[in-house]
Structures are given as C-alpha cells and as structure tokens.
Design a binder for this molecule. Sequence first.
Ligand SMILES: Cc1cc2nc3c(=O)[nH]c(=O)nc-3n(C[C@H](O)[C@H](O)[C@H](O)COP(=O)(O)OP(=O)(O)OC[C@H]3O[C@@H](n4cnc5c(N)ncnc54)[C@H](O)[C@@H]3O)c2cc1C
Ligand code: SF4
Length: 451
Amino acid sequence: MAIKQTGDIAAQRLSPEQLACEFSDIAPLLDASAAAAAASRCHYCYDAPCVNACPTRIDIPGFIRKIGNGNLKGAAVDILSANPMGGMCARVCPTEILCEGACVRNHQDAKPVAIGALQRHATDWAMARGEVLFKRAAETGRHVAVVGAGPAGLACAHRLALAGHRVTLFDAREKAGGLNEYGIAAYKTVDDFAQREVAWLCSVGGIEIEYGVALGRDVTLDTLRKNHDAVFLAIGLTGVRALAMEGEDLSGVMNAVDFIEQVRDASDLGTVPVGRRVVVIGGGNTAVDAAVQSRKLGATAVTMAYRRGVEAMSATWAEREFAQTNGVTLVTHARPVRLIGEGGVVTGVEFERTADEGNQAQERFVVEADMVLKAIGQTLVAVGIERELLTLDGSRIAVDANGQTSLAGVWAGGDCAATGGVDLTVQAVQDGKLAAAAIDAQFARMAIKAA
Ligand SMILES: Cc1cc2nc3c(=O)[nH]c(=O)nc-3n(C[C@H](O)[C@H](O)[C@H](O)COP(=O)(O)OP(=O)(O)OC[C@H]3O[C@@H](n4cnc5c(N)ncnc54)[C@H](O)[C@@H]3O)c2cc1C
Ligand code: SF4
C-alpha cells in the first residue's frame, strides 16, 4: 500500500547526504585489531552462560578462541554450523537479552564481550571470500516442500539440503528472506545483506526457490503433501492487528509493517513520504523500528505510545534507549481511544492514561499527528491451512518439540508456529533447524522400515 501524501506527509524531508548518513550501518564491521582486542576479553568459560542463552547454541567461546588465533574460517564454521543465518543474527539479535546479557564479563567490568560484533567479523569474512564451508551429502532422492522463505524456511532448507535431500521453497513474494528482507530496520542490514545471505545459503546446492507462489492461492497443502515426502510450513505472521476504533480509516493512518516495508524497498529513501509529526502505537520491535525510521526520514516529532509501563514492553531496554537517543518520545501508560481527523485526514490521537494496577482509566489527552503508525502485533493468516486437520494452538499452528504438526508429514516453525519461543530471527532459525533434523530422522526410520 503506497503512502498517501496528505496533510503534512511528504517525501524528501532530508537531503540525500543526510539520508545516507541516517541510514548507514549502525554497528559497522570490526577491523582485525579491534576483533583481536574484543576476543582477548573472553574467559572461555566452562559451561559458558552465553552459549546457554543463545537459542541456536553456537559454541561462542570456541569461535572466539579461533578468532583470537587468527583462524577465521574455523570460527565461521563453528558459527554457521549451529546457525546458518549467523551473519544476519550477528546484525539483528537483541544480544543484550541473549548471549551478551548472560556474559560473565557483565559482572566484572559491566561490559560484555562483543559477541555479536565478533560473530559478524568471522561470518562476513567467510562470505566475502566465498569460502566453501560445508559439503552437501549425496542425493537421497527425498524431496521436501518448504513454504515460506524467511529465516525458518531458509534454515530448514539449508539443513535438509546438506543432508542430501532436495528442497523446493515456495514463497508468495518476489524475493526470499521474509522479514530479513522486508521487515528488519534498514540500518541494521545494509548493502543488500539479506539477499547475499540467501545466495550463500542456496550455494550449498539442492535448493530451488519458486517465487510468487502462495499457499492457499496458487497451491494447496494437499497437493504439496502428495508431491513431496514432507512439508515444512514457515509462513510467518503476515496479518496485522487492527486498533478497532473510530478514525482508523482516516488518511495518514497505516500499519507500521507496511511503512517499514516501503523504507526497506526504496531504492531512493528520499521518495518515502513521512509525516512531520508521527505517532506510533505499540511497544515492540516493530514500533521502535517504525518510530526510529520515521525520525531518520526527517519527521520532526515522533511519539511512541504504549498502554503499559516500560517493563511490559517487548522492545528491549537497548531498543528503547536507541529510540530515545534518536529523538523518539516514549509515552507509557497511554491507551489510544480514538483517532481524530479533519476532512478525512488524521490530525491526532486521543489517549487515556492507564494505571498498571487494575488498568483504571484516568485523564485523557491528545497527541497531534499527521501520520499514525499501528504496531500492535502481527497475526497468522490461516488461508491454505486446512484447519480441520491442522490443529491451531491459540492463533498459531500447534506443534510438538520437534515442530511436528497434527498432520502426518507436515512440520511447522518460526513465527507461525506455537513453539513457545520468542518471535526473533534466531528462534525462527532454530525452529527450522530442529524441524529439518526431525524430518531427516523420519526419512531414516522410513528407510529402515523399507529395507
Ligand atoms: C518490523 C519487524 C522488525 C523486526 N526486527 C527484528 C530484529 O531486529 N531482530 C530479531 O531478531 N527479530 C526481529 N523481528 C522478528 C523476526 O523478523 C521474525 O521473528 C522472523 O523473521 C520470523 O521468521 P519466519 O521465517 O518465521 O517468518 P517471516 O520472516 O515472516 O517469513 C515468512 C515467509 O513466508 C512467506 N509467506 C507467508 N505466507 C505465505 C503463503 N501463504 N504462501 C507462501 N509463502 C508465504 C512470506 O512471504 C515470508 O517470506 C522483527 C519483526 C518485525 C515485524
Ligand atoms: S560468558 Fe562471556 S567470557 Fe564467558 S565464554 Fe561467553 S563470551 Fe566468553
């Protein structure tokens, strides 16, 4: 959906030079000496807490030791064998609540080992040199359909392909990568990294991608099951929650994910329209990214409003701090009650103050806005999922610990599945990995039975 330039929503608020600066890499690559210094801070802990805090269980002290010894290829193998999207995760993981949050150096000098930066140092080195790190096993003759080419689908495809199975990835869109391509903030993944990573993953061989094929529109689950030995569903959460209140259809009101996608898609950031005064409703990753990117495009006043206190926000403390240092005003305990407009165009949001205790309504106030971005959560679009056979758990696909659904031969993982994990890239990768291992084990059992 294109952004309408109504009210005070306009493109080119900043010069090309300012935009290039605003959207440059927020965590540039470490050079060799900085990497050596960062690696030297690691204690190579026994039963390292950083490893336990990583959903993909990368051997962190192991790869840091290799970086310290100058063995970057070995470090990259350690990382990518546990997490094939180790390059993207090094850029986007909220390390402050994962590996770096658990690092023992926090207790010693209040500064963790720079695990994310070191991970990027090794994986970028290997990818830039086109190092061959993995060899595919001999063809098994098995063929798996993976629906959705986001982190979960790609990780599953890579694992299955390495085991010698053939994989066809089906994606509704024209590019692979899922939210790595269309959702993650532009300054976290610059220089088309998402597409370079997809190319690297597929270079292992045995993976074919069919673009523009949507489950439920162009292909049915039934057909995929008949034509393949297994199916992995990794369709993410492509629906968006509505505010369901007066004024939601006013011009200038849009979904934050659509706004973010236009920023990610733009070959010239100067063409992306943004309000002068922007209000973002929500308290998660998406809200932070929409708010910060609005500021970086030149909005003068950006308010991020959340109905509870900061401790209940799903955005981490580091993300909140990042938003605030980028000039975003955080308003907590503020529940939107209606969107106000004039002549069909939004002019503000009316909020009521809430108290944590009992969420009691208190006074009301208005924040003026030319643009309102809704970021109150994504939902599963269940088209193409045969509900009568595929059990849902709440609003996601029900799975067991290995990603097996209620339907024989069908696995699911990533955001679309009720795995109990958090909605993060690294968790989606782990789900894809686990499902691939379970599918591979199933094929092995079938081979033994047939023998
Ligand atoms: C705005 C935003 C910012 C985020 N920032 C971060 C971050 O900084 N760090 C972090 O760790 N996590 C972040 N996340 C979360 C992270 O992006 C997701 O958890 C992760 O991408 C989930 O991976 P997935 O493979 O399950 O789904 P997705 O990445 O959503 O991929 C699903 C794929 O399935 C395809 N698909 C959907 N329906 C169909 C269909 N019917 N037929 C065929 N294909 C279909 C889609 O086109 C897409 O390619 C962010 C999320 C959002 C929304
Ligand atoms: S917890 Fe910190 S110091 Fe210990 S192994 Fe992990 S990165 Fe190194």
